[in-house]
Design a protein around this ligand. Structure first.
Ligand code: ATP
Ligand code: MG
Length: 333
């Protein structure tokens, strides 16, 4: 049985980007693989080191969200990154196998630095050693569990490539020890944000969260970006330039989509009506998730137990893998 490793940063709640992007695979794949799902609190601290409370609170939040969308803890080992010290240890070992220039050229790192100007400066001049090195820590996450398949969003592909380079270098120097991981992507590789941004992200202020209540959903959808050429209600518009249609495609039926699309193109559909229909569909979609979420809110002990057991199972694997790695590196005293 192949091993899957993936992760999520406890920086906020689960959003539609997770659910229709990488997370769609998580729910689908849990039956057929040995599956490790990391709550990446150490990685979350790389750009939230000054807000530990946020990271701490979001560990529970994100786990409850994951459970409420159908991740089954009997099938998936959900674990906390900081409770696996082997990952931190491996990060130090791997830091010799990657150049600073290569990290600075990593497209994901570059994009994320530019999105965090307040923290890292306009030109990234205040970037920390820890943030620059987070692809190295991600390579440690994956290889610590011998992860072969990594279901992630498209934004993570350059990090996987960086991991494969580290693996190749490690195997060349220390002998064949680590596996090169492969990415797994869903049909919707990257779900767009309410503002039309190519990526919906927790930290980007453009996400629909699964815990959003009806009022918040309504406000967000009412403010979503539509085709800017449509001024009056009966102007024809291009659904492909409209975020409202984009989200209709996620939660509405094919028949309804055809009607929406043709009415929009003909100018027979106003944006307000279209947004109201989306709000209703979105709430219908979220209701069963909200119901399950409520259960876990009321049973925090169950959530703690799931995390303890998942972490314990993951730790056992990490310890074994670390023995192999230290032996290869001749530091197995
Ligand atoms: P942050 O803004 O804190 O980085 P995030 O929304 O990017 O949060 P992560 O925890 O970094 O979420 O990502 C977890 C996983 O979900 C990753 O595999 C990532 O690629 C995937 N993912 C996140 N946003 C999207 C999206 N909009 N579309 C597809 N996959 C996504
Ligand atoms: Mg991210």
């Amino acid at each position: 049985m192949k091993t899957i490793l993936t992760g999520i940063r406890p920086t906020g709640n689960l959003h539609l980007g997770h659910l229709f992007g990488a997370g769609q695979n998580w729910v689908k794949l849990q039956d057929d693989y040995d599956f490790y799902l990391e709550i990446a609190d150490v990685q979350a601290l790389t750009d939230n080191f000054n807000d530990p409370q946020k990271v701490r609170d979001n560990v529970d939040n994100i786990v409850k969200d994951l459970l409420s969308v159908g991740i089954d803890p009997k099938k998936v080992h959900i674990f906390i990154q900081s409770r696996i010290p082997e990952i931190a240890e491996l990060t130090v070992f791997y830091s010799n196998l990657v150049t600073v220039a290569r990290l600075q050229r990593n497209p994901t790192v570059k994009t994320e630095i530019s999105q965090k100007k307040e923290l890292f400066g306009n030109e990234g001049e205040s970037i920390t050693y820890g943030f620059l090195g987070y692809p190295v820590s991600q390579a440690a996450d994956i290889t610590c569990f011998n992860g072969e398949l990594v279901p992630v969003g498209e934004d993570q592909e350059p990090l996987l490539e960086q991991c494969r380079e580290i693996v190749r270098k490690f195997n060349n120097i220390y002998g064949d020890t680590l596996k090169e991981p492969e990415g797994m992507f869903t049909e919707t590789k990257r779900v767009k944000g309410l503002d039309g941004n190519e990526k919906m992200g927790k930290s980007l202020g453009n996400a629909i969260f699964l815990v959003d209540n009806e009022e918040t959903i309504s406000k967000k959808i009412m403010n979503a970006v539509t085709d800017s050429n449509k001024i009056r209600k009966d102007d024809p518009a291009d659904p492909d330039k409209c975020m409202v249609y984009y989200y209709h495609r996620l939660v509405n039926s094919d028949d309804n989509l055809k009607t929406i699309c043709s009415e929009c193109k003909k100018g027979a559909r106003g944006c307000v009506q279209c947004k109201k229909e989306l709000i209703a569909k979105m709430n219908e979609f979220l209701d069963p998730i909200r119901e399950k979420r409520k259960y876990y809110d009321e049973h925090p002990d169950e959530v703690k137990k799931i995390l303890d057991e998942g972490t314990e199972a993951a730790r056992e694997v990490a310890k074994e893998q670390m023995k192999k790695i230290k032996k290869a590196m001749m530091i197995d005293y």
